[in-house]
Design a protein around this ligand. Structure first.
Ligand code: PLP
Length: 239
């Protein structure tokens, strides 16, 4: 394997640029930059690059596949980080996910909630923070619960004593022009506000996990509290 020199070179600079944009975006709309958590999405990046990222102050790492995260977490051993699952989770991997991840962003069905709840019992994990993934695109192929079924799902998940709903996540369709994504972010915020008013997030503020490399500034303007950024930090992914 060749050394991933490109990904490592400039990592700190790119990370600083992303952080500056987060700060700028927050200040532009009168928000505190520290309200926003940057999740560095390291899918397809080798362990050496993730180690480098942790070395320059990354605290939260996002992976979209259980297997890939498992090998990275094992290789990084005792390096502390919060691992976020941001990709679709199959029920049969619930137990491994419960062992590995600090937060799961992609809860989208009652059956998956049940699997996760059982996995928490088996793994003796008292509390699993989750976000509900909402499909706002109306594309059948997209993961996520349709907005019309969201409050039903939230009610069911709130009955799972070990799952703790932190907020909502969405993955909008891709547009060249990030402005065209804005209505999707806004819609997720409205849904969050409705659930919050109804008391579904308990004492929590109701996180909004939205925004990626090309549109996280727009997402912040629309209220994102967690942005998931890969390419802008690590460079282009190899397919
Ligand atoms: C890959 C991925 C990201 C990061 O995408 P970039 O465009 O590389 O920033 C964010 N969220 C999810 C769900 C992803 O799968």
């Amino acid at each position: 394997m060749t050394e991933p020199i490109e990904a490592v070179a400039g990592l700190r600079e790119r990370l600083d640029q992303v952080r500056e944009k987060i700060e700028g975006g927050a200040r532009r709309c009168g928000r505190e930059p520290k309200e926003i958590t940057l999740v560095a999405v390291s899918k397809t990046q080798p362990v050496s690059v993730v180690r480098e990222a942790l070395g320059v102050g990354v605290t939260d790492v996002g992976e979209n596949r259980v297997q890939e995260a498992e090998s990275k977490i094992a290789a990084l051993g005792n390096q502390p980080a919060r691992w976020h699952l941001i990709g679709h989770l199959q029920g049969n991997k619930a137990r491994r996910a419960v062992k590995l991840f600090s937060v799961i962003h992609t809860l989208d069905s009652v059956s998956l909630a049940d699997r996760l709840e059982r996995a928490c019992v088996e793994e003796d994990r008292a509390e699993l923070p989750v976000l509900i993934q909402v499909d706002l695109s109306g594309e059948v192929t997209k993961a996520g619960v349709p907005a019309t079924e969201l409050s039903e799902l939230v009610k069911s998940v709130n009955q799972c004593s070990r799952l703790c709903i932190q907020g909502l996540m969405t993955l909008p369709p891709f547009f060249e022009d990030a402005e065209r994504v804005r209505p999707f972010f806004r819609r997720l915020r409205e849904l969050r506000d409705e659930l919050q008013t109804a008391g579904h997030f308990g004492d929590g503020r109701g996180e909004l996990s939205m925004g990626m490399s090309y549109d996280f500034e727009v997402a912040i303007e629309e209220g994102a509290t967690i942005v998931r950024v890969g390419t802008a930090i690590f460079g282009e992914r190899n397919p």
